[in-house]
Design a protein around this ligand. Structure first.
Ligand SMILES: *Cc1c(COP(=O)(O)O)cnc(C)c1O
Length: 954
C-alpha cells in the first residue's frame, strides 16, 4: 500500500460520504471552492529530484544511502557537544515511544501529569546542580539561552538601568556569536572582556561569565562574580551540568543566573541539535524567566498536581510586551536529560564525571610526558595543547585512529573526553600526538584542586534514588506516560498546531548512528550525507513555498520569525531605509509574531479584524498610509488564525508592497496550502514553516521543533549565517548552523514518501476533515468564521459564548469534560476568547471524527441541561470534570449526576477508558505560591522508605 494511504485517515468510501456531507462532488472540487482562485497555484507542485513518491522501503533505502555518506568518528571535538551514552531504556521508552514523543505541550495539566513530572525532574536536577532556586523546563540551545540570560539581567537589574554587559571572551564561539548578534539587534552594549585582567570600565548591568573556558580551563568565577556584584551588576554563568557534580555550583559562587546545555545527559550529538538548554535563577527573578516553568499546585480534592506555572504569563503570550519569543522549546530532550539524572542518580553522575576527568588527566599527563604541556592545568574534560605548525598533522593521525579532535588553530589542538571514551581512545589520541601513556601517578597533578571542588550535595530527592534497576526505570517511565493523553490514544484536535501522524518510518532514521553520531563541527567530508539531506529538504521546501531560498537553522517557529524579521530589517537598512521599523500585525496573530518583532527592535502596530475575522481593509489602508515611510513589513498568517482562506490576501500584499514594505507570511498553518498554493507565489517575501506541525516532526510535549525560514531572491543574502563565524548573513539565530538537524530526517522521509501529488492530496483531505467537522459540529456550537462558500480551511473555531452565557459553563469546562471522554481538548480561547479551535488534520479517520462529534454533542446536551436550569452550573458534571477513578469509586457520592454519567457518558468508553490521574487543577493557587521542585513523596501520601536517602556524600 502506498504510504499516502497510510498517512491519510479517511478511506475512499468515507471520503465519499464526507464529501456528500459538505456538499461537494470531489476533493478537487472542494479544494477549488475553498482556496481562492487568486492564490491557487497555476502549476502542479514538483519536488526536485523526486519524480514520484517512494514507498516506505524505498525511502528508508534511500535514507540508508544518504546516511552511509556520513563518516561517523569518535567525537572528541567538544565545544558544547559531547559524546554521551544514551541508556537504551531511555532511548526505547522515551525517544522511541509515541506515548512520549507524540504528546502536546502540557497546557491541559490534568492529562499531562506524566510529562510534567518528568520535566519537574529536569528542573529539579538543574536547580540542584546549579545551586540556584528555580530552573525552567528547557530552552532552545545554550547560546540563545545565554543571550536570554543577558536580556533577563538587563530587565531585572533595578540598580543599573543603563550601561553594558561584560561578556567573557572565553565563552564558546557560538555563544559569543549569538549573544553579540542578539544584543546588537536591540542596541544593548556588550563588552568582550578578558576577566583575568578584571572588570571593564564603565557601568555594568550584568556580567556573563564562563565557568569552563572554550579551551577547557576551569575558571574560579567566585572572585569575578563578587567584583561584578560589588559594581552593581547581576551575574550569569555558563556552565556544564556534568562538571557541576565535581566543581562548585554557580549559585554557591554568587551567580544570579546559570545557563548551559543538558545534551551530555544522554542526548545524542544529532549534528548540532535538538538538545535541551537550561536556565536557572535566584529567587526573585522567576517572573522574568523566559520559556516554560513547571510548578506544583493542587487539584480539587487537594492532591498535589503539576501544571505549567504562570502559564498565561508565558512570555510570547504577552505579545509586544513580551521579553522573549520562545514558545516551542525542547521538552522531549529535557525529559531525556531528567530521566538520565533519575537513572544514574547523584553517585552515578559523579562516577561518570570522575571517570571523564580521570581520562582527561591521564591524557594530559601523557602529553606532558612528551613535552606537550597542556595550556591549562585545571580542566574537567578538555585538554588543549600547543603543537606549533602540527595541528593538521595531529588531527589527520587521530582520524586514522577514527577519532576527531578540535583544531583550535594551526598550532593548537583540543581534546574533549566524553562518557563513552575509554582508556584505548586516550592511548590512540596520545599516539596521534606521538606521545605515550603516562606512568601511574603522573596524572595526579591534574586533579581538580580543593578550592575548585564542590562540597555540597545534590539530587537528594528520592526520585533520584528510586530507579536504579532497569525494571524499575522502565516501569517508572511507563507509569508516567500512562498518566498522559498523547496522539497514540486520541486525536489532538488543536487548532494552529497540526497534530498529524508522526509515522514510524519517518522516525526510524533519527537514531541511526551514521546520522545521530555526527558532531556539528566535524569536517565537511564526514558530513556529506547530512549535506545531501539538508540540500534535498531546502530544495523541496523552496518548491513548496514558492520562494528562492530556505534556511533550516531556526529551531522553532518563533526563531524562524525572528530570522525572517532580521532579514527584512537588514534589507531595508542596506537600501538606506533604516527608519523602516514598523510591523503591522493583525490582532488575531499568534503571540510569537509580536514578540519576535520586538526582539528584532521593530515596533508593532496592530491591525483590526473585521466582523468576519478577516483583516479590516479600511484599517489596514489607514495604517499603511499613516506609517508609509516607516513601514517595514506586515506579518500575516495564512490561512488566517481564524481558520479561513481570506479572499483579499493578494490585495493586502499589494498594498504593503506599494508602500515599500515587505510581506511576512506566517506559514505555520501551511497544512491547508501545501501543493495547492505557495506563499511566495501570492505575494509573500518571507515565511517560516513549522516542520513540527505541517511536516510531521512530533510535538514532543513542547519541542523539539524546526522553523525553517524561506525567502524571495532579494532576501537571500540575509539568511542566517554561521553562528561560530559572525559577520556573514544577518546574524545567526541558533547555535548550530543547521539548528535541530537531528530531526530533519523525519520531514525528509515524509516528503519523500508523500511525493508532490500526495502532499496536495493531504492538503485537500485536511480541508475535507475540517469542513466535515465544521458541518457536523455547527448545529451544536456555531462555527464562528467561514470563507467563500461557507467553507473553512484546515481548522474551525467553535463559538461557545452563547451557551456559556446561558449556562455559566465555560469553554474551559468543556475542555476538562472532554478528558472524561478520553479526548485532548482543542485550542482554548485562541484567537478568540470563549471559543475552541479545532483542527483534525488529514490523518484522522472518519470513526475518530465521529467519536469527537458524539462527545461534543453529549457535552452540548449537558450544557443545555444547565442552561435550562435543571442543574446548577457549580454542581454540574461539566464543572466537576475531569473525574478521577478515585472520585468515581469513592464510598460517598453526593453529586446530582450518576457515577456512570461521570465516567461513561458514551457507550464506547466501556471498552476503552482513560482515567485522568488528578481532578481539576487549581491554577491560581499554583501561581500565587510558586513551587517548582519535586514535592516530597509524603505529599502524595504514599509510603516511602524510612531510610530517606541523604543526597550525595559530603
Ligand atoms: C505554532 C505557531 C507559531 C510558533 O511556533 P513555535 O515553533 O511554537 O515557536 C507561530 N505562528 C503560528 C501561526 C503558529 O501556529
Amino acid at each position: 500500500m502506498p504510504f499516502l494511504d497510510r498517512h491519510l485517515g479517511p478511506r475512499p468510501d468515507d471520503v465519499a460520504a464526507m464529501l456528500e456531507a459538505v456538499g461537494h462532488r470531489s476533493l478537487d472540487d472542494l479544494a477549488a471552492a475553498a482556496v481562492p482562485a487568486s492564490i491557487a497555484a497555476r502549476e502542479p507542485l514538483r519536488l526536485p529530484g523526486l519524480p514520484a513518491a517512494l514507498s516506505e522501503e524505498q525511502a528508508l533505502a534511500r535514507m540508508r544511502r544518504i546516511a552511509a555518506r556520513n563518516r561517523p568518528a569518535v567525537q572528541m571535538i567538544g565545544q558544547g557537544y559531547h559524546e554521551t551514552t544514551t541508556p537504551a531504556v531511555l532511548r526505547r521508552n522515551i525517544l522511541e515511544s509515541p506515548a512520549w514523543y507524540t504528546s502536546y505541550t502540557p497546557y491541559q495539566a490534568e492529562i499531562s501529569q506524566g510529562r510534567l513530572e518528568a520535566l519537574l525532574n529536569f528542573q529539579n536536577a538543574i536547580m540542584d546542580l546549579t545551586g540556584l532556586d528555580i530552573a525552567n523546563a528547557s530552552m532552545l540551545d545554550e547560546a540563545t539561552c545565554a543571550a536570554e540570560a543577558v536580556l533577563l539581567m538587563h530587565r531585572a537589574n533595578r540598580k543599573v538601568k543603563e550601561g553594558a554587559v561584560a561578556v567573557d571572551s572565553r565563552l564558546l564561539p557560538q555563544t559569543l556569536g549569538i549573544v553579540f548578534s542578539r544584543l546588537e539587534a536591540l542596541g544593548i552594549e556588550a563588552i568582550l572582556t578578558d576577566f583575568s585582567s578584571g572588570l571593564p570600565e564603565g557601568r555594568l548591568f550584568g556580567a556573563l561569565l564562563a565557568q569552563i573556558g572554550s579551551e577547557g580551563e576551569l575558571l574560579d568565577v567566585g572572585p569575578t562574580a563578587a567584583a561584578a556584584r560589588e559594581a552593581g551588576a547581576l551575574v550569569a554563568v555558563a556552565t556544564d551540568p556534568l562538571a557541576l557534580t565535581l566543581i562548585p555550583s554557580p549559585g554557591s559562587l554568587g551567580a544570579d543566573v546559570a545557563v548551559g546545555s543538558s545534551q551530555r545527559f544522554g542526548v545524542p550529538l544529532f549534528y548540532g541539535g535538538p538538545h535541551a538548554a537550561f536556565i536557572a535563577v535566584r529567587k526573585g527573578l522567576e517572573r522574568s524567566l523566559p520559556g516554560r516553568l513547571v510548578g506544583v499546585s493542587t487539584d480539587e480534592a487537594g492532591r498535589p498536581a503539576y501544571r505549567l506555572a504562570l502559564q498565561t504569563r508565558e512570555q510570547h503570550i504577552r505579545r509586544e510586551k513580551a521579553t522573549s519569543n520562545i514558545c516551542t522549546a525542547q521538552a522531549l530532550l529535557a525529559v531525556v536529560a531528567g530521566a538520565y539524572a533519575v537513572y544514574h542518580g547523584p553517585e552515578g553522575l559523579r562516577r561518570i564525571a570522575e571517570q571523564i576527568h580521570g581520562r582527561a588527566a591521564r591524557l594530559a599527563a601523557g602529553l606532558a610526558g612528551a613535552g606537550l604541556e597542556p595550556l591549562h592545568g585545571r580542566f574537567f574534560d578538555t585538554v588543549t595543547v600547543r603543537v606549533p605548525g602540527e595541528a593538521d598533522r595531529v588531527l589527520a593521525r587521530a582520524l586514522e585512529e577514527g577519532i576527531n579532535l578540535r583544531r583550535v588553530d594551526a598550532d593548537t589542538v583540543g581534546v574533549s573526553v566524553g562518557e563513552p571514551h575509554t582508556a584505548e581512545h586516550i592511548e590512540a589520541v596520545l599516539r596521534a600526538f606521538g606521545a605515550s601513556a603516562a606512568q601511574e601517578g603522573e596524572a595526579e597533578r591534574f586533579a581538580i584542586p580543593a578550592q575548585l571542588r564542590r562540597r555540597d550535595g545534590y539530587l537528594g530527592h528520592p526520585v533520584f534514588h528510586a530507579h536504579r534497576s532497569e525494571t524499575s526505570m522502565m516501569r517508572y517511565l511507563r507509569e508516567l506516560s500512562d498518566r498522559d493523553l498523547a496522539l497514540d490514544r486520541t486525536m489532538i484536535p488543536l487548532g494552529s498546531c497540526t497534530m498529524k501522524l508522526n509515522a514510524a518510518a519517518e522516525l526510524e532514521p533519527i537514531s541511526w548512528p551514521e546520522l545521530a553520531g555526527i558532531h556539528p563541527l566535524a569536517p565537511a567530508d564526514q558530513a556529506r550525507g547530512w549535506a545531501e539531506l539538508i540540500g534535498d529538504l531546502e530544495a523541496w521546501l523552496a518548491a513548496i513555498t514558492g520562494y528562492a531560498a530556505v534556511s533550516l537553522q531556526p529551531n522553532a517557529g518563533s526563531q524562524g520569525e525572528y530570522a525572517g524579521l532580521l532579514a527584512i530589517r537588514d534589507y531595508h537598512r542596506d537600501r538606506g531605509d533604516d527608519q523602516r521599523r514598523i510591523v503591522l500585525i493583525p490582532a488575531s496573530a499568534h503571540g510569537t509574531n509580536a514578540a519576535s518583532a520586538v526582539l528584532a527592535a521593530l515596533r508593532v502596530v496592530a491591525v483590526a479584524t473585521a466582523e468576519d475575522g478577516s483583516i479590516l481593509m479600511e484599517d489596514l489602508a489607514a495604517k499603511v498610509e499613516r506609517h508609509r515611510d516607516e513601514l517595514a513589513a506586515i506579518m500575516i498568517t495564512y490561512p488566517s488564525t481564524h481558520g479561513v482562506f481570506e479572499g483579499d490576501v493578494a490585495e493586502v500584499c499589494r498594498m504593503v508592497h506599494d508602500a515599500g514594505g515587505q510581506v511576512y507570511l506566517d506559514g505555520a498553518n501551511l497544512n491547508a496550502l501545501v501543493g495547492l498554493a505557495t506563499p511566495g507565489g501570492f505575494g509573500g517575501d518571507v515565511s517560516h514553516l513549522n516542520l513540527h506541525k505541517t511536516f510531521c516532526i512530533p510535538h514532543g510535549g513542547g519541542g523539539p521543533g524546526v522553523g525553517p525560514v524561506a525567502v524571495g531572491e532579494h532576501l537571500r543574502p540575509y539568511l542566517p549565517g554561521d553562528p561560530a563565524a559572525p559577520g556573514e548573513g544577518s546574524g545567526a539565530v541558533s547555535q548550530a548552523m543547521f539548528g535541530s538537524a537531528g530531526v530533519l530526517p523525519i520531514s525528509w522521509m515524509y516528503l519523500a514518501m508523500m511525493g508532490a501529488e500526495g502532499l496536495a492530496e493531504a492538503s485537500r483531505t485536511a480541508i475535507l476533515n475540517a469542513n466535515y467537522l465544521a458541518r457536523r459540529l455547527d448545529p451544536y456550537f456555531p462555527v464562528l468564521y467561514a470563507g467563500a462558500g461557507g467553507l473553512v480551511a484546515h481548522e474551525c473555531i467553535l463559538d461557545l459564548r452563547p451557551l456559556t452565557k446561558a449556562s455559566g459553563i465555560t469553554a474551559e469546562d468543556v475542555c476538562k469534560r472532554l478528558m472524561d471522554f478520553g479526548f485532548h481538548a482543542p485550542t482554548l480561547a485562541f484567537p478568540v476568547p470563549g471559543t475552541l479551535m479545532v483542527e483534525p488534520t488529514e490523518s484522522e479517520d472518519l470513526a475518530e471524527l465521529d467519536r469527537f462529534v458524539e462527545a461534543m454533542a453529549a457535552i452540548h446536551a449537558e450544557m443545555t441541561e444547565v442552561a435550562e436550569g435543571r442543574v446548577e452550573a457549580g454542581e454540574s458534571v461539566l464543572r466537576r470534570a475531569p473525574h478521577t477513578a478515585e472520585a468515581v469509586s469513592a464510598d460517598a457520592w453526593d453529586r446530582p449526576y450518576p457515577r456512570s454519567q461521570a465516567a461513561y457518558p458514551v457507550p464506547g468508553l466501556r471498552r476503552s477508558k482513560y482515567w485522568p490521574p488528578v481532578g481539576r487543577n487549581d491554577g491560581t493557587a499554583g501561581d500565587r505560591n510558586l513551587v517548582c521542585e519535586c514535592p516530597p513523596p509524603a505529599a502524595f501520601d504514599i509510603e516511602h522508605r524510612a531510610d530517606e536517602p541523604a543526597g550525595s556524600e559530603d
